[in-house]
Design a protein around this ligand. Sequence first.
Ligand code: UD1
Ligand code: UDP
Length: 382
Amino acid sequence: MKKIKVMAVFGTRPEAIKMAPVILELRKFPAEFETTVAVTAQHREMLDQVLALFKIQPDFDLNIMLAGQTLFDITSRALLGLNEILSEVKPDIVLVHGDTTTTFTGALAAFYHQIAVGHVEAGLRTGNKFSPFPEEINRKLTSALADLNFAPTETARENLLREGVSAEKIFVTGNTVIDALQQTVRADFTFADNFLNELRSRVILVTTHRRENLGEPMRNVYRALKKILADFPDAEIIFPVHKNPKVREIVSAELGNVAQVHLIEPLDYEPFANLMSRATLILTDSGGVQEEAPALGKPVLVLRETTERPEAVSAGTVKLVGTDTDKIYGAAKLLLNDAGEYQKMANAVNPYGDGKAARRIVQALRWHYRFYSQPPETFSAN
Ligand code: UD1
Ligand code: UDP
């Protein structure tokens, strides 16, 4: 039988973390799939950290990142670069992940070449066009272009069905982030940076980067952090600061000289995941962290007004607190003061996956291309 040419296209840190298990799984079937990797490098250092960890060497690297890039920069540079790569390789299917601008342009470029699109982490929705911005629309546009949809959860599948996607094009696989997490967190992990091994106080882990939070909302978050620390001298904040210069400017203005705050460079995925598992509390506007922390039994306060990941909210380990200073302060104070409230949130739950998502995705592809007789079993959190 003819080999199927699969090209994985991605560009940012979270896409790389979540696509790596799929690429590694595809490479177990070299007689069936010829797998290539094209990175837009919408992120540079933060992408390279992940590629190195998973030992993935891209076949193509567009290196598009510009300091302070706009959505127009990313979209146009990625689309033109991908046109050339797709013209050369002519894959049978392009796999994209999630909801970044690379995701959308990867799907659009494939469509312009009449190449099939497989969308990993399909069907997440908030229902709000501007939150998160531009991700909600990126993922809806990608769904319009996708031929195969790998929905992580039943909720995601239902979102797609509601938008008219046919049931036979959807596979509920679980989220590949849990595959990555399970390969990474270890009880005996030692951090290269010794200060992380020696932390004795209660660790609050913080990350922020959402475009819609830049400016005043982010300032309000950082003001809340200072109020929390003033009340809890036994707490320390570890804050790996996103490389976005617009984020860095606000972070250093608000938190640059606060004694209990450690502003550090973005951590490699391995130390970051292991730090999550040692943290007392996590405050974040990240999508991926909302999926990982519940698996580790860590309470998460989400610094956003909306979430496309309602499963962990329902399970009780994630609370949406938005960007209002008092609301964030109040929610964190309650958890740090009240062991009962803390325990209610600190339950390890796995609504997002069981570590077998990549296997299901690849089985779905093998079934679709008739290398295998059965579709994968549907992931169920129960
Ligand atoms: C992007 C995605 C967002 C995703 C996030 C994950 C879009 C529009 N946004 O947002 O969906 O949640 O990645 O982190 O697709 N930078 C560096 N080095 C890096 C990475 C970024 O210097 O390794 C700086 C650059 O100045 C860059 C800026 O950060 O211009 C912003 O990067 P960009 O990809 O545009 O936006 P993110 O906020 O990272
Ligand atoms: N992450 C990391 N190092 C860090 C911060 C986060 O490796 O310093 C990982 C985290 O574990 C998660 C992913 O990066 O898997 C989330 O990326 P981000 O928050 O940038 O993007 P989002 O998930 O919001 O799209």
